[in-house]
Write a protein that binds this ligand. Structure first.
Ligand SMILES: [Zn+2]
Length: 215
């Protein structure tokens, strides 16, 4: 087996393990959600019609950066979004897309700010997610959704898809999962707090966090 195949095999194991953990914790229901890793110019992505809770690492799909199937299982129709994110951020190596309940709930709110769907309630949200834009609604698999996601990803590594869920691209799969979980937790907090006055982090506190990240 080539070194490339070894790396794909190792990434597939990580995807299956993370998928089981995400599913067990109720972070994406049924057969929703998809995970991927980029290995050189190939993307290992979860196949269509399989729950993240029962992934077989030997049966994941491999696609190219244009989103075309290369070998392995049949990719999810959402896999083209993953390819779009890797094209927008060439250094990225992991993508997590979840239909987690509270993030989906926020993505359905009528009065949401499209530039920033969730306020900076906690330092971890600011550090792992930053500003979270809302991508307008398109049907899953619609090529226009991939175009919108690719454009948004040039400036933001995490986004909320209207009436759909969250998607995050990061330097590795586990960092993408951390950010997707942070979006879900912050969405849950925000829904708990929405009827009350909140005190999000102030501009000076946000600037101090940004300076610490660069230090
Ligand atoms: Zn989806």
């Amino acid at each position: 087996m080539s070194a490339h195949e070894d790396t794909i095999r190792a990434a597939s194991e990580v995807i299956a393990e993370l998928g089981a953990s995400i599913f067990a914790r109720g972070l994406t229901p049924g057969r929703t959600g998809n995970l991927s890793c980029r290995i050189e110019d190939e993307i290992v992505v979860t196949p269509t019609g399989v729950s993240l809770g029962s992934l077989d690492p030997c049966r994941l799909a491999i696609i190219d950066l244009a989103g075309r199937p290369v070998r392995g299982g049949k990719p999810s129709k959402e896999a083209v979004m993953h390819a779009a994110l890797y094209r927008a951020r060439p250094a990225a190596r992991g993508v997590v897309h979840l239909h987690s309940t509270h993030a989906v709930a926020v993505s359905c709110l009528a009065d949401i700010d499209g530039r920033s769907a969730l306020p900076p309630l906690t330092a971890y949200f600011v550090m792992r997610v930053g500003r979270l834009p809302l991508v307008p609604y398109f049907a899953p698999g619609d090529p226009a959704l991939s175009v919108a996601v690719e454009e948004t990803a040039r400036e933001h590594h995490a986004m909320l898809l209207a009436n759909h869920g969250s998607i995050v691209v990061a330097e590795d799969l586990l960092s993408a999962a951390d950010a997707a979980e942070e979006i879900e937790e912050t969405a849950r907090l925000w829904l708990l707090l929405r009827e009350q006055r909140t005190r999000p982090l102030a501009d000076a506190q946000l600037t101090a966090l940004a300076e610490r990240r660069q230090a």
